[in-house]
Ligand binder design. Structure first.
Ligand SMILES: Cc1cc2nc3c(=O)[nH]c(=O)nc-3n(C[C@H](O)[C@H](O)[C@H](O)COP(=O)(O)O)c2cc1C
Length: 220
């Protein structure tokens, strides 16, 4: 019998960063991390980074344990980074009980990571509904069916619940969700991380300072 394959052999030698990466001069960084994020996001889109708007949202549960999952960035305003989910999902409950979160973007094709930490606020009824109405009909039906992350008895139960809600949505315009929520992470700290082939990565940390931001380099 052959030796079982070791994970360390599978991952060893797999490249993490491309040979060519964009140059990042932290000395020329703008005063606001929101402005720099826009620049980096636009560059990620231009450089064909897959799903640059996919972001890991980390929260803390009642038991003090961290939890994390990937969501989609919906918008970025001067108030902060916006993501959306059901308020009765595990993340929604965690954010209601402990309105603080971290967001982590990783853009492999450009060797960049952005980390955001801050307090979380929930959208107004109008903001939540506007985002809900922009969703694909099946995605809306799924939210109306509820139960995200609960144990599911069978796929048939899911299909029946979604069908029922799709029919409701087809029968009437503008049906709203009572749970769909836009969460805004207001940044206290934002870190921009640029990989370097020699591992001398460049890290720039923005920390809120009065009405503005303090900028500091971090040891890689
Ligand atoms: C690329 C990607 C995008 C996702 N976007 C969202 C999203 O915007 N909102 C959401 O509620 N779940 C999204 N999900 C699903 C979540 O990762 C997660 O499975 C779900 O929200 C349940 O999380 P929870 O049990 O921690 O509440 C996405 C998953 C992936 C892989």
């Amino acid at each position: 019998m052959s030796e079982p394959e070791l994970i360390r052999d599978v991952v060893r030698g797999v490249p993490v960063f491309p040979d060519e990466m964009p140059f990042f001069d932290p000395g020329a960084a703008p005063e606001s991390p929101i402005e720099l994020f826009f620049t980096w996001l636009r560059q990620a889109v231009a450089d064909d980074v897959a799903a640059p708007h996919a972001v890991t949202l980390s929260t803390v549960g009642d038991d003090g344990m961290p939890d994390a999952r990937v969501v989609i960035l919906k918008d970025l305003t001067q108030a902060g980074w916006q993501v959306a989910s059901s308020s009765d999902s595990p993340k929604g409950r965690q954010l209601r009980a402990n309105p603080a979160a971290a967001l982590t973007f990783f853009w492999p094709a450009v060797g960049r990571q952005v980390r955001i930490r801050g307090a979380v606020s929930i959208g107004t009824t109008e903001e939540n509904d506007a985002d809900f109405q922009r969703r694909h009909p099946v995605a809306r039906a799924l939210v109306l069916a509820g139960g995200q992350s609960e144990v599911m008895d069978s796929r048939r139960v899911l299909d029946a619940a979604v069908d029922e809600q799709v029919q409701r949505l087809e029968a009437a315009d503008g049906i709203a969700s009572t749970t769909w929520t836009v969460f805004t992470v207001a940044p206290d700290e934002v870190e921009f991380w640029q990989a370097d082939q020699q591992r001398l990565h460049t890290r720039l940390l923005y920390t809120r300072f009065g009405a503005g931001w303090r900028r500091e380099l971090l040891w890689p």
